[in-house]
Design a binder for this molecule. Structure first.
Ligand code: SF4
Length: 286
């Protein structure tokens, strides 16, 4: 939002999310174009387009299947809908049925759960694919990841999502703990890949991590507020993420989209999350 002096400020009602914070960390200019200027999709994100669209559709279909299963639709009914489905989707569904997290069986399940908490006078928002609240008082945040490649654990650990989701649950989840505040040590987050059902990546939370993340997220929001006040959103120095960014023509960072084939998996957390991580697209379709 611009004021009369040409500077910008964050709208009071601005809501941060792991995606917007990740975008700022990857490239401040991308944050500005997407969330302040609200520019949408001036270029395709990756090549080949058909392959990217197929991955997006499969991701959406998988999320829908899991969601329907978790709200009580029986397995046979759901499996019958897959008779002529893509082989990848059938395989993912089979892997989900045979390998899904054991914690789901006796837990209270909340699929597609939105939660938010105030932080530095703004709201920090998260939407969990699934929250499983165990009878023993444990909390498991599950994120279903349908990408064909699995980033290294260190890259997942650095992801903004790995910090934001447990933080938001610890801060805003009292309703799921009989009105009492949640001990961060009872929270775990898992990235679960139907393509790699034997390799879930689990991250345990703790009081120490909560303090670390609160400081980190607060400082990041302050940096964004400062950038907005100065209208200072520089282009990322290393142009690698630009290949997969929809704004590259606006930034004069090339016209050719990057290839899905040559995507360096170690870079995933630095790339255009909303373009390459199809799960948020899947969420929108519910
Ligand atoms: S093209 Fe590059 S510099 Fe421009 S917004 Fe995207 S990542 Fe940032």
């Amino acid at each position: 939002m611009k004021d009369d002096g040409g500077t910008m400020s964050l709208p009071r009602e601005f809501q941060f999310s792991q995606s917007s914070l990740q975008d700022f960390e990857t490239c401040p200019r991308r944050f500005k174009l997407r969330y302040l200027d609200k520019l949408r999709w001036p270029a395709i994100e990756s090549e080949p387009v058909q392959e990217a669209e197929l991955l997006a559709r499969l991701g959406a279909d998988f999320h829908r299947l899991v969601h329907q299963h978790l709200v009580g639709v029986d397995v046979d009914t759901l499996t019958a809908t897959l008779e002529s489905a893509d082989a990848d989707l059938q395989n993912w569904w089979h892997n989900y049925l045979t390998h899904r997290p054991a914690d789901l069986s006796d837990a209270q399940i909340y699929p597609e759960l939105p939660l938010s908490t105030p932080l530095r006078n703004y709201r920090l928002f998260a939407r969990f694919d699934t929250l499983a609240v165990g009878a023993d008082g444990s909390f498991l945040i599950i994120d279903w990841k349908t990408s064909r490649r699995k980033p290294p654990r260190a890259a997942l650990e650095r992801r903004m999502q790995t910090r934001v989701y447990p933080f938001v649950l610890a801060a805003a989840g009292t309703a799921f703990n009989r009105g009492r505040s949640i001990d961060p040590a009872t929270i775990k987050m898992v990235y679960w890949y139907p393509q790699f059902p034997d390799e879930p990546e689990v991250f345990e939370h703790s009081t120490k991590l909560r303090q670390r993340d609160e400081q980190f997220l607060s400082e990041l929001i302050e940096r964004i507020k400062h950038s907005a006040g100065q209208n200072d959103f520089p282009l990322v120095e290393d142009s690698k993420p630009c290949k997969y960014c929809v704004y590259r023509s606006l930034c004069d960072r090339g016209h050719q989209a990057g290839s899905l084939e040559t995507l360096d998996e170690d870079l995933e957390e630095a790339l255009d999350v909303s373009a390459l991580d199809w799960d948020p697209i899947a969420e929108i379709q519910f």
